[in-house]
Design a protein around this ligand. Structure first.
Ligand code: ADP
Ligand code: MG
Length: 700
């Protein structure tokens, strides 16, 4: 049998398994092969070397082991509470053992007066120590010597238990497995220089199941976690290399007049260090001749629009058109306004195309795009509709990507013979560790710096009972000339309810801020686009002081004079959404405030979220907290990624290891992208034995 094939043997061939149990192991635990069983790691070990004197048992103890003489059985209770009890006595005291099931079997197999070793979870019943359904075996002097020091306990399921495969019995199978395999079946897969001070692979697999000591277990765990992360990173690097090899892209070789004129004459502010760095990354990328597929992650207000504009200018310098897609009409309009403003002195033709563009105008734009008289087009989904043809599309910028489906994005491809470079911008911070794994195959830029002069937003949490004083505060801000947002949650399952909530809220706000002293506009998802834009624009222009809305204002809206945001039922929002919303204020030089109103009945977890919001403004910190609270499965956009299903590694606890693995893998793949150097053959042959499970693919 060859090396790989023993581990790939079907699980039914393992002694003690057979077809029935094999079926269940597959269904319940996805264990199909010997190798899968090997990777079904114990979730804990119990220390069975320690024997505690009965008098020293305390309620704080969990699993315990005692040794003593079994005294007489008797049955107590009636019907459903009927149980059999026995006493176990050692030199220091008595422990009660109890059985609710299998009473006859127990009675038949246990012998009064004999010395037993008893193991189980300690409970206290009427103040006396008790173990229910103990594991019990006759004490023989050598028993202790033979025992593996730490006994593994494996995850199992009710169905498996019913078939005689509880956590302990799975351990028996693992033992059988280890009798069949040898070191040759688990050849080393890490290069030698990474093995310095690390446990070898075979040893690590043995010790993680049947450790000789706690210390050995820890070493084994750490070795296998590094391996898991390292291999994952190697994979991502290989995918990236492959993508670069196979994706031809337009070459933007120069930075010319458009860019330079703008940069030297019309740039309204000094770029932040982060903006400069990202521009440079993009410039290098688009000159290489393969398609750029870059994710730009920048916290709200970090100035991503300027990056988009400058990248578009580079495209123009190389004779290419660009499009900028926004998820909503409001945002598209906003981008269009700011681009035209910034470019008003420049010979650049900018157009906007959305669902509400009138027919004649639409015709003019389509013509302009097809003939290359329009350089930049801003728009919504309307941009990817079939009739839109570009003459020379070189760059597609996609703002707030999570609102665009992968499929929609790929439609852009077909708009040019060589696919355009793609820059996806998002303000939804993804924890770095997640990004490194989920998006590790993409080019990836981070803007973690805000433009200077911003004052951190002050965030507070108030209960709804103090709404009146919150309104008073808002009033005082408005009297200073500021503007305010009122946000109501959108409950997706119940649009109708959300709508009613919103209307009620609107009335309530109106009663606090009566017309004509105060003017209020409202936006929500069900509103026709024209009306939405109109109401939005009234707020933007300062005509209304208050904007009441649902989360449609979540993304991208830029009104620097708005300095207060009140979020109603804030407990109903997730952390990243709250952060997005809050990002609508704090955009000017004034002190801004975010007030989170919640019901007094908000859950503990919800209050925890609100507390985090009150303590930090940093989107990356918030994203990390979100990850801690919800776990990786729920983080936006990563749910189906499949990239996060690590067996041992934890994205929260193993971050340092992840960073190391990432650097190690990148260094190796850069030096030896085909893994043909002798020192990398081990990795290569390991990858070949593995089924490729990568499928989360390309973002755009
Ligand atoms: P976001 O990254 O959230 O899309 P925007 O691009 O909307 O952020 O920028 C937010 C605000 O910051 C805008 O008013 C923009 O003009 C301003 N801004 C962007 N970059 C800078 C900078 N380097 N210095 C000062 N203000 C900047
Ligand atoms: Mg933006």
């Amino acid at each position: 049998m060859s090396l790989a094939s023993l581990l790939s043997s079907p699980i039914e061939y393992l002694k003690g398994v057979g077809p029935l149990r094999a079926e269940l192991l597959k269904k319940e635990l996805s264990i199909y092969t010997f190798g899968d069983l090997l990777q079904h790691f114990p979730h804990r070990h119990v220390d069975k070397t320690k024997v505690t004197p009965i008098s020293q048992l305390t309620p704080e103890m969990d699993f315990i082991q005692v040794k003593g003489v079994l005294l007489g059985f008797h049955t107590i209770g009636e019907k459903r509470s009927k149980r059999m009890v026995a006493q176990l006595r050692d030199e220091t005291g008595n422990l009660e053992l109890a059985w609710f099931q299998g009473i006859q079997y127990v009675q038949k197999n246990l012998v009064e007066g004999q010395t037993y070793l008893v193991f189980g979870r300690l409970g206290f019943f009427n103040g006396k120590p008790q173990v229910v359904h103990p594991e019990i075996e006759p004490f023989v002097a050598q028993t202790m010597a033979q025992k593996s020091l730490l006994e593994p306990v494996y995850g199992s399921t009710e169905k498996l238990k019913a078939r005689g495969l509880n956590g302990k019995q799975i351990g028996k199978l693992t033992q059988v497995l280890f009798q069949q395999i040898s070191e040759r079946d688990l050849p080393e897969n890490l290069p030698a220089h990474l093995l310095v001070n690390r446990m070898g692979r075979w040893e690590a697999f043995r010790q993680i199941h049947f450790p000789a000591s706690q210390a050995q277990y820890k070493e084994a765990l750490s070795r296998l976690i590094s391996e898991e992360l390292f291999i994952a990173q190697i994979r991502l690097n290989l995918i990236k290399i492959d993508r670069h090899k196979n994706s031809k892209g337009q070459v933007f070789e120069k930075v010319g007049d458009y860019f330079n004129t703008f940069y030297n004459n019309y740039l309204p502010f000094e770029l932040t260090g982060a903006q400069k760095r990202v521009i440079k990354e993009i410039r290098q990328d688009v000159a290489k001749g393969f398609q750029m597929n870059r994710l730009l992650q920048g916290d709200v207000g970090s100035g991503k629009t300027m990056i988009a504009l400058m990248a578009m200018l580079i495209a123009a310098d190389n004779g290419f058109q660009s499009c900028l897609m926004a998820p909503t009409e409001i945002l598209a309009q906003q981008h269009f306004t700011s681009l035209t403003e910034l470019l008003k002195e420049m010979p650049v033709e900018v157009a906007i195309l959305t669902g509400s563009t009138k027919t004649a105008e639409r015709r003019r734009i389509l013509k302009g795009l097809a003939e290359d008289t329009i350089h930049f087009v801003v728009g919504t989904h309307a941009l990817i509709e079939d009739p839109v043809q570009f003459k020379k599309l070189g760059l597609a910028v996609i703002d707030e990507q999570h609102r665009f489906g992968v499929e929609q994005r790929s439609k852009l491809w077909k708009k040019a013979s060589i696919p355009p470079h793609v820059l996806v911008m998002t303000a939804t911070p993804i924890p770095r560790t997640l990004a490194m794994t989920a998006y590790g195959d993409l080019d990836y830029s981070i803007m973690d710096e805000l433009p200077p002069g911003r004052q951190p937003i002050k965030t507070v949490h108030r209960y709804e009972t103090s709404r009146a004083s919150v309104m008073d505060f808002v009033k005082s801000e408005i009297q200073k000339g500021r503007q305010a947002y009122y946000v109501y949650p959108l409950i997706e399952e119940s649009e109708k309810m959300s709508y009613e909530d919103l209307m009620q809220g609107y009335e309530q706000v109106k009663s606090f801020f009566p017309e004509p002293t105060y003017k209020i506009s409202m936006v929500h998802g069900k509103m026709p686009n024209d009306l939405k834009s109109e109401n939005m624009n009234r707020f933007k222009s300062g005509d209304t002081q208050i904007l009441v809305g649902t989360t449609v204002i979540e993304v991208g809206v830029n009104v620097p004079n708005a300095s207060v945001m009140v979020i109603e039922s804030a407990e109903k929002f997730g952390l990243s959404q709250l952060h997005q919303l809050r990002g609508r204020v704090g955009r000017g030089s004034e002190q801004s405030y975010c007030i989170l109103l919640s019901s007094v009945k908000a859950s503990k977890e919800a209050r925890e979220r609100l507390k985090i919001m009150c303590t930090t403004n940093d989107g990356f910190v918030i994203a990390e907290k979100d990850l801690e609270i919800r776990g990786p499965g729920d983080i936006d956009g990563t749910r189906q990624s499949g990239a996060l299903n690590f067996k041992l590694a934890s994205l929260i606890n193993d971050r340092p290891t992840m960073e190391i693995a990432k650097a190690e893998a990148a260094a190796i793949c850069e030096k030896d992208p085909n893994l043909t150097m002798p020192e990398h053959l081990a990795i290569r042959s390991f990858l070949q034995t593995q089924k490729t499970k990568i499928g989360w693919g390309k973002i755009a």
